[in-house]
Every structure is written in C-alpha cells, then in structure tokens.
Write a protein that binds this ligand. Structure first.
Ligand code: ADP
Length: 394
C-alpha cells in the first residue's frame, strides 16, 4: 500500500506545533515546533529520522512560520510530495455546542470557530490563524478540524448543565464543555480495543500539566471534570481545579483583586505550583523526599481530589471496569499511580507493584488478576487521534 500521511497542526497564540503522521501504522514521520511567533527572535525545531534541526530567526507571524516549516521539510525531509499528505488535521480547543465530531473546514466551520471565541478566548483565535495560513499554503488537500470538546458534546444534560439560573446559562452559553476530549476518546478507545470489549465502564485520568478525568460507558462520555473552561475539576500543575466560586467574590471584596488578577491566580499560580512551589511532579517528589511538608501536603490534596472523582464517577456509572492513567504524570509517575491505587483499595483494586514499576512505551496493566477493577497505563496520542479522525471525513 502506498503511504499516506496527515499533517497535524496545533496552532497556539505564539507557537505552531506540527506532526506528520502515518495514520495506518501510527508512526510519526516528523514533528516540530515554531516558537515565539511575533517576538524579537523566534525558533523552529524540526525532528525527523532521529535528527533534530534547529533554526533561530525572527518569526513575525503564523504565515511566515508555516512557510518556513514547509521549506524545512523540503530541505531536511521528509519530502512532502512523496509523503502523500491526504489531509491537514487542525486541533481546535473549543467547539461549543456545534461540533460532536471532526469537521471538514469550509467558511461556515471557520465562522463557527470564530463565533466561539468568547468561550475559547485564548485558543480559538490562534487556531483560526493556523487554519487560515495552512489553507493558503496547502490549498490542494482537505483541512479538517478536530475539537477538544467534541467527545463531551453529547454529555447527558444532567452532567452538562450547572445548577445555574437557566435563562442566564442559556443566554451566555454557560455549560460544561470539557476539554482533553481527543485524549479521553483515544485512550478509552484503545482500552476497549485492547480488552476486546465495547461495553466497559471506564474512568480515564489524563494527568499532565493540565489534568482531567472522564467517565465513559460503552464508548460514550457520561462525565468529565473540566467544565465551561479547563479550570474546573482536578488539581493541576498551575490550576486550582474545583473551588467555591465565592472565593472570587471574597478576593474581589476583601483583597481588592481584579478579575484578570484572579484569573491568573486560579489558572497559573495555584495547583501544584501554588501549593508546592513547582508545577512539575518530578520536582514535587524531590521536595517531598527532601522532607518539605508543604510538598507532601500538596500531593495529598492532589490525590484526595483524584479519589473523590474516581468515587463519584464510579457512583455515576453504577460500577467501574477499568481505570486508566495517561499523559505526562499518568504515564510516567509510578508513585502517583501507586499512592492513588492504595487509597482505592477499598474498591477492590489490587495493584501490581512490579508491573507498575515497569517503564513501558506501550499500554500496561498494573492491576493483579484478582483486582475487581482493571487498572491500566495507556499512552495518549492526540496527534494520531486527530490524524485518524481527519481521515474519517475524506
Ligand atoms: P501537557 O498538559 O503540557 O500536555 P504533559 O502531558 O506533557 O503535559 O505532562 C507534563 C507533566 O508531566 C510535567 O509537568 C510533569 O509534572 C509530568 N511528568 C513528566 N515526566 C514525568 C516523570 N518521569 N515523572 C513524574 N512526572 C512527570
């Protein structure tokens, strides 16, 4: 079979991440990052065939950045003509109530992503720039958008709606949209495929710098921890996760803080960073091992929140078959996995310490055969998921 590839693009406000994916084998043929777009000096890193190519130069805008990427592909390989790109897949964070799956980009899709900017003010404008320049520079292939919210677009109403005044909620589109959906969709699908069952009650814990949990029954998401924005839910690298919204009123009234200041405090200066002094779990463990009580307390707060979500989602689903860890912490931090499973022993979870200590690149089962719940580690691959979803439309 001739190779076919999908170019996956994740365009941020000052960066473009890209990956050339073979959707059939799952291989990544090249990947890279354009950074510091619009700043005095930018940088482009391109990886291909185990080689890393780096270029430091001003990148005034996204159009220039992507044109440079195409030039670097021509110079450093792989040759994009030979790669047979059949689609460009664009990651989009906020698809609102419009998109429950991938969409073939046309003017209407672009207009809807634009309309959703108030719900994704940091991300959607940056995605629109990426889509615009990619369509211009690669006009002969179909472009497909894959939304982080799509997997959760179909959440049961009782899970998606807050206890907020209905008129206000509807007028301002306030509901739970979730995020990380591409990862939860991919990982829960991998688990079903690996176990050969499509009737599973699953919880997926996506624990990266951002972190979210989802409950999935027979392939359909029924709950997720992120809400109107990614702030809700688990304790994260820099985000509070769940917090009484009255803390906002209190900080405004008592501390005289402005909305933007509180936004920054909750989204960037809290979580593990604000509790333990560092958002990187490896550093938090170092501090714990050095005897820092604040770091240990932060870890306990992090784990406690996870226990609450696993318990709540098990109750929502009326049981649990598989608990899966993924993303930076979920895939690499065996101590977080061990401590969480220890706290869930009352649910019949029996944990295999030997299997948990294995550093595998692929999926791993870390529960024993006696465990009432299968516990797995499954690496997420959002680029591959975007590539495969894009293919479904062409
Ligand atoms: P993002 O949300 O930025 O995509 P990732 O899923 O890449 O994040 O996760 C990044 C986080 O993973 C880091 O901040 C760090 O806390 C954690 N991490 C990465 N490697 C390890 C490791 N070996 N042990 C513990 N934590 C790790």
């Amino acid at each position: 079979m001739t190779t076919r590839t999908v170019l996956v693009i994740n365009s941020g406000s000052s960066s473009i991440k890209y990956q050339l994916v073979d959707p059939d084998s799952g291989a990544s043929l090249a990947s890279g990052l354009v950074e510091r777009i619009g700043e005095e000096t930018g940088a482009i890193t391109h990886r291909h065939d185990g080689e890393k190519f780096e270029l430091v130069e001003p990148v005034p805008d996204h159009g220039f950045g992507l044109a440079e990427v195409l030039r670097i592909f021509a110079e450093q390989g792989p040759d994009l003509d030979e790669a047979n790109i059949v689609a460009v897949g664009h990651r989009v964070v906020q698809g609102g109530h419009y998109f429950s799956g991938p969409a073939l980009v046309d003017d209407d899709v672009v207009a809807k992503i634009e309309e959703l900017v108030p719900l994704g003010p940091l991300h959607n404008p940056a995605h629109l720039k990426g889509i615009e320049v990619a369509r211009r520079l690669l006009p002969d292939v179909p472009h497909v958008t894959v939304f982080d919210t799509a997997f959760f677009q179909d959440l049961p109403e009782e899970a998606a709606r807050y206890g907020l005044n209905r008129q206000i909620a509807d007028k301002y589109s306030i509901r739970r949209y979730g995020a990380h959906g591409t990862s939860h969709h991919f990982v829960s699908g991998e688990v079903s495929a690996l176990l050969g069952r499509d009737d599973l009650k699953q919880i997926v814990l996506h624990l990266g710098n951002g972190a979210s949990a989802s409950a999935v029954v027979a392939g359909r998401a029924v709950e997720t921890s992120m809400g109107l924005t990614p702030l809700e839910g688990l304790v994260m690298g820099g985000r509070t996760g769940d917090i009484d919204p009255a803390a906002v009123f209190h900080l405004a009234r008592v501390a005289g803080m402005g909305i933007d200041e509180i936004d920054r405090l909750f989204n960037r200066e809290s979580g593990m960073k604000g509790l333990a002094g560092d958002n990187d779990m490896r550093e938090v463990w170092k501090r714990i091992d050095a005897g820092e009580q604040e770091a240990r307390d932060a870890m306990d707060i992090y784990l406690h929140r996870l226990v609450k979500y696993v318990g709540a989602y098990t109750a929502v689903m009326g049981g649990l078959d598989v608990l899966t860890f993924t993303a930076g912490i979920g895939e690499n931090d065996d101590r977080v996995r061990a401590e969480l499973c220890g706290r869930l022993a009352h649910m019949g979870i029996r944990f295999d310490a030997g299997a948990n200590a294995v550093r595998a690149r692929g999926p791993l089962t870390i529960s024993t055969p006696e465990s009432s719940v299968i516990v797995m580690v499954v690496p997420t691959n959002e680029e591959l998921s975007i590539a495969r979803q894009a293919l479904t439309l062409i």
